[in-house]
Structures are given as structure tokens and as C-alpha cells.
Design a protein around this ligand. Structure first.
Ligand code: ADP
Ligand code: MG
Length: 140
């Protein structure tokens, strides 16, 4: 299987509870390597742009407000089949449906404040990585 990259966000509910290390540990234990990482305060424009695919969904405004409610940690993760590997360790969007051993089962507060974002395809991973990182910031 090929080594690929995916994009991850540790969301404000997790940074607020000082879970950056705990979440990252679960990512690493799942076979992912952090090859870029920075803690940022997203602007409203950045959050709206990042989640533009969801702009027709009823929760869009609340999601944007949540994502700018505190710092986030944006990361590039590398590993074999990284997109799927990350989605597997993240768990289901709604923590009530998330399997044991997943990040969302362990840490998510709600379907919105669910601790992590992860790209859903290789194509979107490339777009999302480029949204936050220059290639020179990624060191594998
Ligand atoms: P995922 O993050 O698992 O890929 P989606 O892409 O469907 O899930 O949704 C993006 C984000 O929007 C979710 O991670 C969550 O923060 C938020 N969200 C999704 N569904 C809801 C909902 N029904 N109510 C509030 N927020 C939601
Ligand atoms: Mg998604």
C-alpha cells in the first residue's frame, strides 16, 4: 500500500481541554506520522472557506462559529493509506456512533464539537493541505 498524506485538524473543543498531545498520540499509534503541524486561530473567512462544501447545510453557521471559538492545530499526516487510516482512528462524526478505541469515542463532546477533522479523499487531502501549508513547511 502506498504512503500518502492526509490533513487533520485538532478542533477547539480538544485544544481547550489540553488534549493536543493525547489526540496526536492516538494518531501516531494508528501508524500516522505528523510531518507538519501548527497551532492557529482561524479567521471567520478561513473557516467559511475551508467548510465551503457544507455551506448549504443547516449547521454551517454554528460550525464556523465553533471552529473559530478557540485555537486549532492543523496537521499534515503521512502513512500507508493515510486518509482511511485517519478516518478509522477518528471514528464516526457523531460520538454516539463512534467505535471504542477511536478519538471521537474517547474525546468528542457532541456531533459538532467532535475533536478532530480528517480529509475524506486523497483529492480533498491535497486541497486541504494546500489551504493551510506551503510545501516548504512539510518535512517528512
Ligand atoms: P466529518 O467531520 O466526520 O467528515 P462531515 O464532513 O459530515 O463530518 O461534517 C463536518 C463537520 O460538521 C463535523 O465534523 C461536525 O463538526 C459538523 N457537523 C456534522 N454534522 C453536524 C450536525 N448534524 N450538527 C452540527 N454539526 C455537525
Ligand atoms: Mg467531512
Amino acid at each position: 500500500m502506498a504512503v500518502t498524506r492526509t490533513f487533520s485538524i485538532i478542533k477547539p473543543d480538544a485544544t481547550r481541554r489540553n488534549l493536543t498531545g493525547a489526540v496526536t498520540k492516538m494518531l501516531e499509534e494508528a501508524g500516522l506520522r505528523v510531518v507538519a503541524s501548527k497551532r492557529i486561530q482561524m479567521t471567520k473567512e478561513q473557516a467559511e472557506g475551508f467548510y465551503a462544501v457544507h455551506k448549504e447545510r443547516p449547521f454551517f453557521g454554528e460550525l464556523v462559529d465553533f471552529m473559530i471559538s478557540g485555537p486549532v492545530v492543523v496537521q499534515v499526516l503521512e502513512g500507508e493509506d493515510a486518509v482511511k487510516r485517519n478516518r478509522d482512528v477518528m471514528g464516526a462524526t457523531n460520538p454516539a456512533d463512534a467505535a471504542e478505541g477511536t478519538i471521537r469515542k474517547a474525546f468528542a463532546e457532541s456531533i459538532e464539537a467532535n475533536s478532530v477533522h480528517g480529509s475524506d479523499s486523497d483529492e480533498n487531502a491535497k486541497i486541504e493541505i494546500a489551504f493551510f501549508f506551503d510545501e516548504s513547511e512539510i518535512v517528512g
